[in-house]
Design a protein around this ligand. Structure first.
Ligand code: NIG
Ligand code: FE
Length: 421
Protein backbone atom coordinates (compact mmCIF):
# COMPACT_ATOMS: atom_id res chain seq x y z
CA UNK A 1 0.00 0.00 0.00
CA UNK A 2 1.37 3.45 -0.84
CA UNK A 3 0.49 6.37 1.44
CA UNK A 4 1.36 9.99 0.73
CA UNK A 5 0.57 12.94 2.99
CA UNK A 6 0.85 16.53 1.84
CA UNK A 7 0.78 18.76 4.91
CA UNK A 8 0.99 22.38 5.99
CA UNK A 9 -0.21 23.80 2.67
CA UNK A 10 -0.52 27.55 3.18
CA UNK A 11 -3.72 27.16 1.15
CA UNK A 12 -5.32 23.86 0.20
CA UNK A 13 -7.74 24.73 -2.60
CA UNK A 14 -10.22 21.87 -2.85
CA UNK A 15 -12.48 23.12 -5.70
CA UNK A 16 -14.96 20.62 -4.22
CA UNK A 17 -17.73 19.34 -6.47
CA UNK A 18 -18.62 16.52 -8.85
CA UNK A 19 -20.26 18.66 -11.51
CA UNK A 20 -19.57 22.02 -13.14
CA UNK A 21 -19.99 25.09 -11.00
CA UNK A 22 -22.36 27.70 -12.37
CA UNK A 23 -22.42 31.47 -11.98
CA UNK A 24 -21.48 32.81 -8.56
CA UNK A 25 -20.70 29.28 -7.29
CA UNK A 26 -17.52 29.52 -9.38
CA UNK A 27 -16.10 31.69 -6.58
CA UNK A 28 -16.51 28.90 -4.04
CA UNK A 29 -13.15 27.12 -4.26
CA UNK A 30 -13.12 25.71 -0.72
CA UNK A 31 -9.85 27.04 0.68
CA UNK A 32 -8.48 25.27 3.78
CA UNK A 33 -5.68 27.25 5.47
CA UNK A 34 -2.81 25.05 6.76
CA UNK A 35 -4.39 22.20 4.82
CA UNK A 36 -3.42 18.59 4.33
CA UNK A 37 -4.40 15.73 2.08
CA UNK A 38 -3.91 11.99 2.44
CA UNK A 39 -3.51 9.80 -0.63
CA UNK A 40 -3.71 6.02 -0.63
CA UNK A 41 -2.83 4.10 -3.77
CA UNK A 42 -3.44 7.14 -5.95
CA UNK A 43 -6.84 8.01 -4.48
CA UNK A 44 -7.61 10.83 -2.05
CA UNK A 45 -8.54 9.40 1.36
CA UNK A 46 -8.81 12.51 3.54
CA UNK A 47 -8.71 16.28 3.21
CA UNK A 48 -8.69 18.80 6.08
CA UNK A 49 -6.56 21.01 8.26
CA UNK A 50 -3.11 19.66 9.03
CA UNK A 51 -3.93 19.29 12.72
CA UNK A 52 -7.12 17.30 11.96
CA UNK A 53 -5.33 15.06 9.46
CA UNK A 54 -2.30 14.39 11.67
CA UNK A 55 -4.66 13.42 14.48
CA UNK A 56 -5.96 10.61 12.23
CA UNK A 57 -2.83 9.54 10.32
CA UNK A 58 0.65 8.77 11.59
CA UNK A 59 2.80 10.55 9.03
CA UNK A 60 5.89 8.63 10.16
CA UNK A 61 4.48 5.73 8.16
CA UNK A 62 3.92 7.72 4.96
CA UNK A 63 5.77 9.54 2.27
CA UNK A 64 5.42 13.19 3.32
CA UNK A 65 5.52 16.42 1.38
CA UNK A 66 5.76 19.55 3.48
CA UNK A 67 3.94 22.24 1.51
CA UNK A 68 4.64 25.08 3.95
CA UNK A 69 4.41 28.42 2.16
CA UNK A 70 2.86 26.77 -0.88
CA UNK A 71 -0.57 26.49 -2.44
CA UNK A 72 -1.95 23.02 -3.21
CA UNK A 73 -4.78 22.60 -5.72
CA UNK A 74 -6.21 20.10 -8.23
CA UNK A 75 -4.21 19.41 -11.40
CA UNK A 76 -5.31 21.52 -14.35
CA UNK A 77 -7.61 20.06 -16.99
CA UNK A 78 -6.92 21.53 -20.44
CA UNK A 79 -10.32 20.70 -21.92
CA UNK A 80 -9.78 21.91 -25.50
CA UNK A 81 -6.65 21.23 -27.57
CA UNK A 82 -5.64 19.96 -31.00
CA UNK A 83 -2.22 18.66 -29.92
CA UNK A 84 -1.71 15.83 -32.43
CA UNK A 85 -0.60 17.33 -35.74
CA UNK A 86 2.23 17.29 -38.25
CA UNK A 87 4.05 20.41 -39.47
CA UNK A 88 3.81 24.03 -38.35
CA UNK A 89 2.37 27.27 -39.76
CA UNK A 90 4.53 30.15 -38.52
CA UNK A 91 4.15 32.17 -41.76
CA UNK A 92 0.38 32.19 -41.30
CA UNK A 93 0.71 33.82 -37.87
CA UNK A 94 2.52 36.75 -39.47
CA UNK A 95 0.13 36.96 -42.47
CA UNK A 96 -2.67 37.37 -39.96
CA UNK A 97 -0.79 40.06 -38.09
CA UNK A 98 -0.57 41.92 -41.40
CA UNK A 99 -4.35 41.66 -41.77
CA UNK A 100 -5.09 38.36 -43.59
CA UNK A 101 -8.28 36.95 -41.99
CA UNK A 102 -8.17 33.42 -40.53
CA UNK A 103 -11.14 32.20 -42.59
CA UNK A 104 -9.73 33.60 -45.85
CA UNK A 105 -6.48 31.67 -45.39
CA UNK A 106 -8.59 28.51 -44.91
CA UNK A 107 -10.71 29.33 -47.98
CA UNK A 108 -7.53 29.56 -50.07
CA UNK A 109 -6.66 25.98 -49.05
CA UNK A 110 -4.22 26.98 -46.28
CA UNK A 111 -4.84 27.07 -42.53
CA UNK A 112 -6.32 23.82 -41.21
CA UNK A 113 -5.95 22.26 -44.68
CA UNK A 114 -2.19 22.73 -44.74
CA UNK A 115 -1.97 20.93 -41.38
CA UNK A 116 -4.20 18.17 -42.81
CA UNK A 117 -1.68 17.69 -45.61
CA UNK A 118 1.24 17.63 -43.17
CA UNK A 119 -0.53 15.27 -40.74
CA UNK A 120 -1.47 12.82 -43.48
CA UNK A 121 2.23 12.76 -44.42
CA UNK A 122 3.46 12.12 -40.85
CA UNK A 123 3.87 8.54 -39.64
CA UNK A 124 2.06 7.28 -36.57
CA UNK A 125 5.39 6.77 -34.80
CA UNK A 126 6.37 10.36 -35.44
CA UNK A 127 2.95 11.70 -34.37
CA UNK A 128 3.30 9.80 -31.11
CA UNK A 129 6.79 11.08 -30.54
CA UNK A 130 5.79 14.71 -31.07
CA UNK A 131 2.62 14.22 -29.02
CA UNK A 132 4.57 12.76 -26.08
CA UNK A 133 6.95 15.72 -26.08
CA UNK A 134 4.04 18.18 -26.06
CA UNK A 135 2.34 16.33 -23.20
CA UNK A 136 5.55 16.37 -21.16
CA UNK A 137 5.76 20.16 -21.59
CA UNK A 138 2.07 20.55 -20.60
CA UNK A 139 2.60 18.41 -17.51
CA UNK A 140 5.41 20.71 -16.40
CA UNK A 141 2.81 23.51 -16.34
CA UNK A 142 0.48 21.49 -14.13
CA UNK A 143 -1.82 19.91 -16.72
CA UNK A 144 -2.76 16.42 -15.55
CA UNK A 145 -5.59 15.76 -18.04
CA UNK A 146 -5.85 17.05 -21.59
CA UNK A 147 -8.57 16.78 -24.20
CA UNK A 148 -7.25 16.30 -27.73
CA UNK A 149 -9.17 16.53 -30.99
CA UNK A 150 -8.67 14.73 -34.26
CA UNK A 151 -9.56 16.85 -37.30
CA UNK A 152 -6.26 16.93 -39.16
CA UNK A 153 -6.97 13.76 -41.15
CA UNK A 154 -10.43 14.39 -42.62
CA UNK A 155 -10.43 10.85 -43.97
CA UNK A 156 -11.20 7.69 -42.04
CA UNK A 157 -7.63 6.40 -41.90
CA UNK A 158 -5.89 9.47 -40.52
CA UNK A 159 -8.77 10.50 -38.22
CA UNK A 160 -8.80 7.04 -36.60
CA UNK A 161 -5.02 7.12 -36.39
CA UNK A 162 -5.07 10.47 -34.55
CA UNK A 163 -7.53 9.04 -32.03
CA UNK A 164 -5.42 5.90 -31.66
CA UNK A 165 -2.27 7.94 -31.04
CA UNK A 166 -4.07 9.86 -28.26
CA UNK A 167 -5.40 6.71 -26.66
CA UNK A 168 -1.97 5.03 -26.71
CA UNK A 169 -0.27 8.15 -25.32
CA UNK A 170 -2.82 8.23 -22.52
CA UNK A 171 -1.67 4.78 -21.43
CA UNK A 172 2.03 5.37 -21.89
CA UNK A 173 2.81 8.59 -20.03
CA UNK A 174 1.51 10.61 -17.08
CA UNK A 175 -1.00 13.01 -18.64
CA UNK A 176 -4.42 11.45 -19.24
CA UNK A 177 -5.74 12.19 -22.70
CA UNK A 178 -9.44 12.45 -23.56
CA UNK A 179 -9.84 12.01 -27.35
CA UNK A 180 -12.55 13.85 -29.29
CA UNK A 181 -13.55 13.17 -32.91
CA UNK A 182 -13.45 16.38 -34.97
CA UNK A 183 -13.85 15.04 -38.51
CA UNK A 184 -16.03 18.10 -39.19
CA UNK A 185 -13.12 20.51 -38.83
CA UNK A 186 -12.86 21.61 -42.50
CA UNK A 187 -13.82 20.36 -45.95
CA UNK A 188 -10.94 18.21 -47.27
CA UNK A 189 -9.62 18.83 -50.83
CA UNK A 190 -11.30 15.61 -52.10
CA UNK A 191 -14.69 17.17 -51.24
CA UNK A 192 -13.89 20.75 -52.31
CA UNK A 193 -17.18 22.46 -53.26
CA UNK A 194 -19.14 19.40 -52.06
CA UNK A 195 -19.71 20.15 -48.38
CA UNK A 196 -23.01 18.23 -48.29
CA UNK A 197 -21.29 15.12 -49.62
CA UNK A 198 -18.63 15.46 -46.93
CA UNK A 199 -21.35 15.82 -44.27
CA UNK A 200 -22.91 12.57 -45.57
CA UNK A 201 -19.49 10.90 -45.48
CA UNK A 202 -19.07 11.92 -41.85
CA UNK A 203 -22.52 10.73 -40.86
CA UNK A 204 -22.58 7.49 -42.86
CA UNK A 205 -18.93 6.39 -42.81
CA UNK A 206 -16.66 8.26 -40.43
CA UNK A 207 -18.91 8.38 -37.35
CA UNK A 208 -19.80 4.66 -37.44
CA UNK A 209 -16.08 3.84 -37.86
CA UNK A 210 -15.20 6.06 -34.89
CA UNK A 211 -17.96 4.48 -32.80
CA UNK A 212 -16.74 1.00 -33.76
CA UNK A 213 -13.16 1.93 -32.83
CA UNK A 214 -14.57 2.92 -29.41
CA UNK A 215 -11.94 5.51 -28.43
CA UNK A 216 -13.75 8.86 -28.75
CA UNK A 217 -16.59 9.71 -26.37
CA UNK A 218 -17.09 13.18 -27.83
CA UNK A 219 -17.82 14.57 -31.27
CA UNK A 220 -16.98 18.19 -32.10
CA UNK A 221 -17.84 20.35 -35.14
CA UNK A 222 -16.29 23.61 -36.40
CA UNK A 223 -19.64 25.39 -36.78
CA UNK A 224 -18.64 28.51 -38.68
CA UNK A 225 -19.51 30.53 -41.75
CA UNK A 226 -17.99 28.84 -44.81
CA UNK A 227 -17.20 25.69 -42.84
CA UNK A 228 -20.18 23.79 -41.31
CA UNK A 229 -23.54 25.56 -41.06
CA UNK A 230 -25.91 25.35 -38.11
CA UNK A 231 -28.03 22.78 -39.94
CA UNK A 232 -25.04 20.64 -40.97
CA UNK A 233 -23.58 20.84 -37.46
CA UNK A 234 -26.92 19.80 -35.97
CA UNK A 235 -27.19 16.76 -38.26
CA UNK A 236 -23.61 15.63 -37.55
CA UNK A 237 -23.95 16.04 -33.78
CA UNK A 238 -27.35 14.34 -33.66
CA UNK A 239 -25.90 11.38 -35.57
CA UNK A 240 -23.01 11.27 -33.09
CA UNK A 241 -25.44 11.39 -30.16
CA UNK A 242 -27.38 8.48 -31.63
CA UNK A 243 -24.12 6.53 -31.56
CA UNK A 244 -23.61 7.38 -27.89
CA UNK A 245 -21.13 10.25 -28.24
CA UNK A 246 -21.56 13.57 -26.49
CA UNK A 247 -21.63 16.79 -28.49
CA UNK A 248 -19.09 19.63 -28.40
CA UNK A 249 -19.02 22.64 -30.69
CA UNK A 250 -16.57 25.24 -31.93
CA UNK A 251 -19.31 27.85 -31.67
CA UNK A 252 -19.59 31.52 -32.64
CA UNK A 253 -15.81 31.91 -32.90
CA UNK A 254 -15.58 34.37 -35.77
CA UNK A 255 -19.12 35.00 -37.03
CA UNK A 256 -22.27 34.96 -34.84
CA UNK A 257 -24.09 31.99 -36.40
CA UNK A 258 -26.07 30.86 -33.35
CA UNK A 259 -23.71 28.07 -32.33
CA UNK A 260 -24.32 28.71 -28.62
CA UNK A 261 -28.08 28.38 -29.17
CA UNK A 262 -27.49 25.10 -31.04
CA UNK A 263 -25.32 23.82 -28.18
CA UNK A 264 -28.20 24.56 -25.81
CA UNK A 265 -30.73 22.86 -28.09
CA UNK A 266 -28.56 19.72 -28.33
CA UNK A 267 -27.61 19.83 -24.64
CA UNK A 268 -23.99 19.63 -25.70
CA UNK A 269 -21.45 18.94 -22.99
CA UNK A 270 -19.59 22.11 -23.97
CA UNK A 271 -19.63 25.00 -26.43
CA UNK A 272 -16.21 26.47 -27.07
CA UNK A 273 -14.76 29.84 -28.21
CA UNK A 274 -18.05 31.86 -28.07
CA UNK A 275 -16.46 35.22 -28.92
CA UNK A 276 -19.57 36.26 -30.83
CA UNK A 277 -22.18 34.40 -28.74
CA UNK A 278 -25.44 36.36 -28.50
CA UNK A 279 -27.29 37.16 -25.28
CA UNK A 280 -29.81 34.44 -26.18
CA UNK A 281 -26.96 32.01 -26.82
CA UNK A 282 -25.40 32.73 -23.43
CA UNK A 283 -28.80 32.27 -21.77
CA UNK A 284 -29.20 28.93 -23.59
CA UNK A 285 -25.82 27.70 -22.29
CA UNK A 286 -26.80 28.57 -18.72
CA UNK A 287 -30.28 27.07 -19.05
CA UNK A 288 -29.14 23.78 -20.57
CA UNK A 289 -26.03 23.40 -18.39
CA UNK A 290 -23.62 23.45 -21.33
CA UNK A 291 -20.09 24.28 -20.16
CA UNK A 292 -18.97 27.50 -21.86
CA UNK A 293 -15.32 26.91 -22.70
CA UNK A 294 -13.44 30.15 -23.26
CA UNK A 295 -10.05 30.16 -25.01
CA UNK A 296 -8.44 33.55 -24.45
CA UNK A 297 -5.02 32.75 -25.93
CA UNK A 298 -6.66 32.09 -29.32
CA UNK A 299 -8.40 35.46 -29.11
CA UNK A 300 -5.06 37.05 -28.24
CA UNK A 301 -3.35 35.43 -31.25
CA UNK A 302 -6.22 36.25 -33.63
CA UNK A 303 -6.51 39.82 -32.28
CA UNK A 304 -10.26 39.48 -31.89
CA UNK A 305 -12.57 40.77 -29.14
CA UNK A 306 -12.64 38.51 -26.10
CA UNK A 307 -15.60 36.25 -25.28
CA UNK A 308 -18.00 37.75 -22.72
CA UNK A 309 -16.99 35.45 -19.87
CA UNK A 310 -18.13 37.99 -17.26
CA UNK A 311 -21.59 38.09 -18.79
CA UNK A 312 -21.66 34.28 -19.00
CA UNK A 313 -20.83 33.85 -15.32
CA UNK A 314 -23.17 36.66 -14.28
CA UNK A 315 -25.92 34.93 -16.33
CA UNK A 316 -25.43 31.72 -14.35
CA UNK A 317 -23.34 29.76 -16.88
CA UNK A 318 -20.43 27.44 -16.02
CA UNK A 319 -17.22 28.68 -17.66
CA UNK A 320 -14.15 26.53 -18.32
CA UNK A 321 -10.82 27.88 -19.56
CA UNK A 322 -8.58 25.97 -21.97
CA UNK A 323 -5.63 26.63 -24.27
CA UNK A 324 -6.94 25.47 -27.72
CA UNK A 325 -3.32 24.55 -28.50
CA UNK A 326 -3.08 24.05 -32.30
CA UNK A 327 -0.61 24.96 -35.07
CA UNK A 328 -2.79 27.75 -36.51
CA UNK A 329 -4.96 29.99 -34.39
CA UNK A 330 -3.11 29.37 -31.11
CA UNK A 331 0.35 27.88 -30.98
CA UNK A 332 0.49 27.95 -27.18
CA UNK A 333 -0.42 25.55 -24.39
CA UNK A 334 0.55 27.98 -21.68
CA UNK A 335 -1.79 27.70 -18.69
CA UNK A 336 0.00 30.68 -17.05
CA UNK A 337 -0.86 32.81 -20.09
CA UNK A 338 -4.49 31.60 -20.14
CA UNK A 339 -4.93 32.52 -16.49
CA UNK A 340 -3.35 35.96 -16.87
CA UNK A 341 -5.53 36.74 -19.91
CA UNK A 342 -8.58 35.49 -18.03
CA UNK A 343 -7.90 38.01 -15.27
CA UNK A 344 -6.86 40.96 -17.41
CA UNK A 345 -9.13 40.56 -20.45
CA UNK A 346 -12.03 38.36 -19.33
CA UNK A 347 -12.33 40.08 -15.93
CA UNK A 348 -12.65 36.77 -14.13
CA UNK A 349 -11.79 36.61 -10.44
CA UNK A 350 -8.82 34.46 -9.35
CA UNK A 351 -11.24 31.94 -7.79
CA UNK A 352 -13.32 31.75 -10.99
CA UNK A 353 -10.13 31.14 -12.97
CA UNK A 354 -9.12 28.23 -10.73
CA UNK A 355 -12.63 26.72 -10.97
CA UNK A 356 -12.53 27.12 -14.76
CA UNK A 357 -9.18 25.28 -14.99
CA UNK A 358 -10.12 22.44 -12.62
CA UNK A 359 -13.64 21.18 -11.85
CA UNK A 360 -15.29 22.99 -14.78
CA UNK A 361 -12.62 21.73 -17.19
CA UNK A 362 -13.12 18.23 -15.79
CA UNK A 363 -16.89 18.53 -16.33
CA UNK A 364 -16.29 19.69 -19.92
CA UNK A 365 -14.61 16.34 -20.61
CA UNK A 366 -17.16 14.29 -18.68
CA UNK A 367 -14.80 13.52 -15.76
CA UNK A 368 -16.22 15.71 -12.97
CA UNK A 369 -16.82 12.60 -10.88
CA UNK A 370 -13.16 11.48 -10.99
CA UNK A 371 -10.92 14.54 -11.22
CA UNK A 372 -10.99 18.34 -10.93
CA UNK A 373 -11.19 18.64 -7.13
CA UNK A 374 -9.42 17.46 -4.00
CA UNK A 375 -11.91 15.36 -2.05
CA UNK A 376 -12.30 11.83 -0.79
CA UNK A 377 -12.62 9.21 -3.50
CA UNK A 378 -11.17 11.34 -6.30
CA UNK A 379 -8.01 10.54 -8.19
CA UNK A 380 -5.02 12.31 -6.64
CA UNK A 381 -4.13 14.69 -9.47
CA UNK A 382 -2.55 17.63 -7.67
CA UNK A 383 -0.37 20.66 -8.33
CA UNK A 384 1.70 22.52 -5.77
CA UNK A 385 2.52 26.14 -6.55
CA UNK A 386 5.75 27.67 -5.29
CA UNK A 387 3.72 30.54 -3.77
CA UNK A 388 1.29 30.54 -0.83
CA UNK A 389 -1.97 31.40 -2.57
CA UNK A 390 -3.97 30.82 -5.74
CA UNK A 391 -3.79 34.58 -6.45
CA UNK A 392 -0.23 34.06 -7.66
CA UNK A 393 -1.34 32.06 -10.70
CA UNK A 394 -3.02 34.84 -12.72
CA UNK A 395 -0.84 37.50 -11.05
CA UNK A 396 2.38 35.86 -12.21
CA UNK A 397 1.61 36.66 -15.82
CA UNK A 398 2.81 34.02 -18.23
CA UNK A 399 5.34 32.48 -15.81
CA UNK A 400 5.29 28.84 -14.76
CA UNK A 401 5.13 28.71 -10.95
CA UNK A 402 4.63 24.96 -10.57
CA UNK A 403 6.64 23.44 -7.74
CA UNK A 404 5.37 19.86 -8.03
CA UNK A 405 2.86 17.85 -10.02
CA UNK A 406 1.30 14.69 -8.64
CA UNK A 407 -0.58 12.34 -10.97
CA UNK A 408 -2.57 9.43 -9.54
CA UNK A 409 -0.64 9.88 -6.28
CA UNK A 410 2.85 9.82 -7.86
CA UNK A 411 5.14 12.85 -7.94
CA UNK A 412 5.76 13.26 -11.68
CA UNK A 413 7.26 16.77 -11.72
CA UNK A 414 9.43 18.07 -8.93
CA UNK A 415 11.03 21.41 -9.55
CA UNK A 416 12.12 21.49 -5.89
CA UNK A 417 11.69 25.20 -5.88
CA UNK A 418 12.52 26.97 -2.67
CA UNK A 419 9.91 29.06 -1.01
CA UNK A 420 10.32 32.44 -2.66
CA UNK A 421 8.20 34.63 -0.40
O1 NIG B 1 -10.14 26.03 -32.34
N1 NIG B 1 -11.25 27.03 -35.38
C1 NIG B 1 -11.08 25.87 -35.62
N2 NIG B 1 -10.16 25.06 -35.08
C2 NIG B 1 -9.04 25.48 -34.32
C3 NIG B 1 -7.93 25.98 -35.15
C4 NIG B 1 -7.30 24.91 -35.94
C5 NIG B 1 -6.20 25.36 -36.85
O2 NIG B 1 -6.13 26.54 -37.24
O3 NIG B 1 -5.40 24.47 -37.20
C6 NIG B 1 -9.48 26.48 -33.25
O4 NIG B 1 -9.15 27.68 -33.30
FE1 FE C 1 -10.21 24.49 -31.21
Amino acid sequence: MSLLVIKHAAELVTCHGLAPKFGSAMNDIGIIPDGAVVIENGIIKAVGTTSDILAQVDDELCQVIDASGKCVMPGFVDSHTHFIFGGYRPEEFFWRLKGAPYLEILERGGGILSTVQATRNTSKTELKKIGAKRLADMLAMGVTTVEGKSGYGLNCGTELQQLEVMSELSNEQAVEVVPTFLGAHAIPPEFCGKTEEYVSFIIKEALPAVAKQGIANFCDVFCEQGVFSIDQSRRILQAAQELGMKAKLHADEIIALGGAELAGELQAISADHLLQASDAGIAALAEHHVVATVLPTTTFCLQESYARARKMIDSGAAVALATDYNPGSCFSFSIPLVSALAAVQLKMTPAEIITALTINGAAAVGRGDKIGSLECGKQADIVILEYPSHLFLPYHAGINIIDKVIKKGQVVIDNQRDKTV
